[in-house]
Every structure is written in C-alpha cells, then in structure tokens.
Design a protein around this ligand. Structure first.
Ligand SMILES: NC(=O)c1ccc[n+]([C@@H]2O[C@H](COP(=O)([O-])OP(=O)(O)OC[C@H]3O[C@@H](n4cnc5c(N)ncnc54)[C@H](O)[C@@H]3O)[C@@H](O)[C@H]2O)c1
Length: 431
C-alpha cells in the first residue's frame, strides 16, 4: 500500500509518520519547500513539543518509508490520498476560505487513478464534500466518486501538544456515501487509530466535526458571560463555577481572557456558513462573547490604572503570556493579539513577556520578566503559564512604576491588594 498525505502541517505530519511506522509507503506533499526538506531529512517541521513525533519521523525517513516532496507526480501510484491542508475563514466575512483546498484538489484530480481512496481530513463546512470536493475531483480526473474512486470525509481530532496520542487513540468519524468507500477508509484508519471508527454520511461527518468545536466555544462563552455577570454583581465566577458544578449534570468551564487556537475560533463559523433558511443565533453570539473578552481585559486595565491615578494614554502595560494555551508556545489566534491591539489603540505602550512563545511581526516578546515589567504601570496576565504562579510580588513592586494587576486567568487573588496593588480580574466583582 502507498499513501500520499497532502499538507504537512499539524494534521498531515503525524498521519504520515504513523502510517510509515506501520510499514506503509508514505509520500508527504506540501507546497512549502521548508517543510518538505525537514520531513525528508527525518526532522519535524512543526513548532512546539510533540511527544514521540520527532522520533517517528526520523525512523520513517531512515527506513525509506516516509518521503516528502513538493511534486504532486509522486502521488500518481498512491492507493490512498489523505488531504490535510488548511481551511481558514475570511476574517471579515467569516466565510470559509478554500484557496488551499481547491488548489490541492486540482493538483490531485488529474493524478487520481481508478480504485484509489481520497480522504478529506481537513475541517470543512457542511456540504463542502458535495459542493466543492467531489465536483473538483470528478471534473479534473474524469472519474466518478463511488464508481471509479472512493471518497470519504474523516475529520481530524488532534490537539497540538498531543498529536500522536490523539491520532492513535481517539475514536474517529468516517463520512462515506457508499459501502466500498467506507470499507477502504476503515482499512486505512484501522492502521492509524485503536479508537472506534464511527460510520456517517458526508454531511453528518462535516457537521459533527464543526459542531464538536462549536459546542466547546458555546460552553466557554457561557462561562465568560457568567464571569461578566459576576463582575457586575460583585461575585467571584470561579467560586460560582465550583458551586454550579456541585449540581449533578453540570460541567461549567473556566472563564478567561479569551479563546485562541487554530480550530475553536473558526470552526463555529464553518458550521453556520452554509445555513440560509434557519438563522443561527446561539453559535455566532458565543463567538461574539468570546471575542469580547480581550476588549474586557483592556477595560479592566483602564479601571485598574485609574485606581492608581494613571491614565492609559502614554502608559506602559506589560502583557504576561502571549501563547493561547498555558505552558506552550502556541500563539495561533491568541487573545493576547487583539488585547495588545486594543491597548495600543487606547494609547498604551505595550511590552510582552512569554517564556515560550516566539515574536511575531509587530509583537516583540521578551523572555526577561524584569525587562517587560520595569517601568510598567500595569501588568495584564493573559496566559496561565506555571512561571506566573510563583511571581515574586516584592520584585514586581520594585520594577513597576504603578502597581496595577489585571488577571485574565485567575492566577492571583485578593491578597495582592493587601500587598499594595490595585487588582481587577475577569470574573471577579468582589473587589
Ligand atoms: N491543528 C489542529 O490541531 C487541527 C485539529 C483538527 C483539525 N484540523 C484541521 O486540519 C486541517 C489542517 O490543519 P493544520 O493545523 O495541519 O494546518 P497547517 O497550516 O499546520 O498545515 C497545512 C499544510 O498544508 C500545506 N498546503 C497548503 N496548500 C497546499 C497545497 N495546495 N498542496 C499541498 N500542501 C498545501 C501548507 O503549506 C501547510 O504545510 C485544517 O482544516 C484544520 O482545521 C487541525
């Protein structure tokens, strides 16, 4: 068996490496020559720590089973083609942006042969399989899905930091329109995951994947809304959450400074994008609530500084944490980004500290806490990195010009007030 994996990102790389580890010949195809070069050389092209992945790629390359190229001709004799290119949304309209998917499918189609399996692992909006994927593949190949080749949608469920574990153990959904395609996909995926394989049709698989992440987003938005209510009414949302969860069947999530990551901020928009007659209200509103949290942080910064007699214009605000998830360097769609933009818009000068995340254009990150905090009028904590749980308040007092703390992750508590700081926090209205 030979498998072509199209798109060597967070999804494609572990899929390719795991298949090669099962003795299957794998060719990874990407338009990014740097990624191809890395995988070809037996190294990971991904950022962040992924247990076991670097070793698996190295073994695959050394055995000759895992190859990588930018040349689509290498897939011509593949029995299966896994598509894992990015599927973002347009920032302004929130509509799906399928440039990469279209381009990949157009390159695959003329090289597709009879009997091959094509599995779309990328997350797509409902009806994309019928409206976009099948037509492009059929037109470009002259073959018919279901008759000449097998076409399935088996969306990926991996999370950065746990790519291999998720990929090889989680249940997965196989969306197929006919029994032969389902059988071919089951043969492929039973090599990859020990989890159960669940049958669905294309549209149910598309809805399931996007609904999984929309569900999470709505749950977080609920907690964030309760947090905003607690702030206004003088309660502590973290204590309220604990109390709510003593009631059977309740599992309120933790509120915070905002939602980031690759999937949660975009998949809810993919889910609602094809809907015309029903008007989804809850899911877009949840997006709005979660997108508001960085603005709320900026408001709290203004409030905390006002209490110490400092205006935001020309002030210095130190952001602690740029990654969206604690103890990682992953800053994709981090709420720190809109927060920093908002603070700059209000006239603040911003310094950014993160122990792991790398600088981006316009966002220079220091690893030196003192450098970020020296002369600061306010500290705004966005990410609950472990390093921030043991901050030395005496040192902070020495470094900062004004003593104001805004806590987006429940890392501090009211004791900082006794230590001479003004304190504002997401979800804490009791101070
Ligand atoms: N990252 C995750 O944790 C995760 C989890 C579940 C599902 N997904 C979904 O999987 C898909 C891929 O996500 P990702 O995080 O791996 O993206 P990514 O951006 O890390 O990787 C995508 C890769 O595809 C390549 N590419 C783009 N156009 C191409 C083309 N025409 N031909 C060949 N290669 C091309 C890019 O160069 C890139 O290397 C998305 O639909 C995403 O929503 C991602």
């Amino acid at each position: 068996m030979k498998v072509a994996v199209i798109g060597l990102g967070y999804v494609g790389v572990p899929v390719a490496a795991v298949l090669a580890s099962k003795g299957i010949r794998v060719v990874g195809i990407d338009i990014d020559p740097r990624k191809v070069e890395r995988v070809g050389a037996g190294a990971t092209p991904l950022e962040g720590y992924e247990p076991g992945l670097a070793e698996l790629i190295a073994e695959g390359a050394a055995s000759g089973l895992l190859k990588a190229t930018t040349d689509y001709d290498a897939m011509a004799d593949a029995d299966a083609v896994v598509v894992s290119v990015e599927t973002p949304i347009d920032d302004a309209t929130h509509d799906p942006e399928y440039k990469a998917l279209r381009s990949a499918l157009r390159s695959i189609a003329p090289r597709l042969h009879k009997g091959a399996l094509v599995s779309i692992e990328s997350t797509v909006a409902p009806r994309t399989m019928t409206g976009l994927v099948r037509p492009i593949l059929e037109r470009g190949s002259g073959l018919r899905a279901g008759r000449d080749f097998h076409l399935v949608h088996s969306p990926e469920r991996v999370t950065a930091g746990k790519l291999l574990r998720n990929l090889t153990t989680l249940d997965r959904v196989i969306g197929a329109e006919d029994a032969r395609a389902r059988r071919a996909a089951r043969t492929l995926y039973s090599q990859i995951s020990s989890g159960a394989l669940h049958d669905a049709d294309w549209v149910s698989a598309e809805i399931t994947k996007t609904a999984e992440n929309a569900y999470r987003d709505v749950q977080i938005a609920f907690s964030n809304e309760v947090a905003l209510i607690c702030e206004e009414l003088g309660a502590n949302a973290y204590r309220v959450r604990e109390l709510v969860n003593t009631c059977p069947g309740r599992d309120m999530l933790i509120p915070g400074a905002g939602v980031g990551g690759h999937c949660i901020p975009k998949d809810p928009w993919l889910l609602v994008s094809p809907v015309i007659h029903q008007k989804p209200v809850l899911i877009p509103t949840a997006r709005e609530v979660n997108d508001f949290m960085p603005t709320r942080m900026a408001q709290l910064v203004e409030e905390a500084m006002r209490e110490v007699g400092r205006r935001i214009r020309n002030s210095q605000v130190a952001i602690l944490g740029f990654a969206f998830r604690e103890n990682t360097e992953d800053s994709r769609n981090s709420p720190a980004i809109p927060l920093i933009r908002e603070l700059r818009r209000r006239g603040a000068d911003v310094t950014i500290h993160d122990p792991f995340a790398k600088s981006l254009r316009g966002f220079t990150i220091t690893r030196d806490l003192g450098a970020a905090l020296r002369g600061a009028d306010c500290l705004a904590l966005v990410t609950a990195h472990d390093d921030y749980r043991t901050l030395d308040l005496k040192k902070l007092r020495g470094w900062m010009r004004h003593r104001a703390i805004v806590d987006g992750r429940n890392v501090f508590d009211g004791s900082v007030i006794k230590r001479g700081f003004s304190y504002r926090a997401i979800g804490k209205g009791e101070f």
